[in-house]
Ligand binder design. Structure first.
Ligand code: CA
Length: 238
């Protein structure tokens, strides 16, 4: 699936781009409204930042909608309800407020694409992504939010699931406490992160033998798949 990412903030765009690539999306990135409107290659969904350097993102949204049915997900730092309403009135299909996690964006894309399917037969024909497989024992079904160990469903608390889903996005990667707290708990977390340790401990216990979660002192955590080659086993929605 091809994503047109319209975002002038480079760190935000880079992390989104990397996240989307991990999930098998192709990403074309432009930094201006003009770039979005002159982008000729076909794409399946637009991620549109509202705060663009050259034009108001809402105008870009309107112009894109006038051209066709491609799903538009507005991303914005403005948490203003008015913007949300105007964006949706101008034809946006969904709305994500900054800051957000990559997982949230991917969930929105999938939801929008599911709703769009009658309008885009090509997307409907695309094979459904099954559960992601991590090594020989663990699968994570991101659509159903279900985790299986050796085929048996593992009962995880909601935040345990979110934490696992986040850490398995990139097995082997060292994630800082701040990154994890942002992605899993709340965007702006200034309190102690003891609750993170508690959830890590729960995952280690419940998924022993399938994954390891190594604590890196002063930094954060690194999840590894047991007996899996870390590069290709993760996100195995092939
Ligand atoms: Ca911006």
């Amino acid at each position: 699936m091809r994503v047109l990412l319209v975002e002038d903030d480079e760190p935000v765009a880079e992390s989104l781009r990397r996240g989307l690539l991990r999930y098998g999306f192709e990403v074309a990135w432009v930094t201006t409204g003009a770039g979005a409107l002159s982008h000729d290659d076909p794409y399946d969904v637009v991620l549109l930042d509202l705060g663009l350097p050259d034009t108001d993102g809402l105008d870009v949204c309107k112009a894109l909608r006038e051209r066709g049915d491609v799903p538009i997900i507005v991303i914005s730092a403005r948490s203003d309800e008015t913007d949300r309403v105007v964006g949706l009135e101008l034809g946006a299909d969904d709305y994500v407020s900054k800051p957000f996690g990559v997982r949230e964006v991917i969930a929105r894309i999938r939801a929008v694409m599911r709703r769009m399917q009658p309008r885009t037969p090509a997307a409907a024909a695309a094979p459904e992504a099954g559960p992601d497989r991590y090594g020989p024992r663990l699968t994570v079904d991101r659509k159903a939010a279900r985790v299986r160990l050796d085929g048996e469903e593992v009962a995880l608390a909601p935040k345990e699931y979110d934490l696992l889903a986040f850490l398995t996005e990139e097995p082997g990667a060292l994630m800082s406490r701040e990154q994890i707290m942002e992605a899993v708990w709340d965007a702006n977390w200034f309190g102690p992160t003891k609750t993170l340790d508690v959830h890590v401990a729960a995952l280690r216990r419940k998924l022993a033998g399938a994954i390891t979660i190594e604590a890196v002192r002063g930094v954060g955590f690194r999840l590894e798949i047991v007996n899996g080659d870390q590069g290709d086993s993760g996100g195995g929605a092939s």
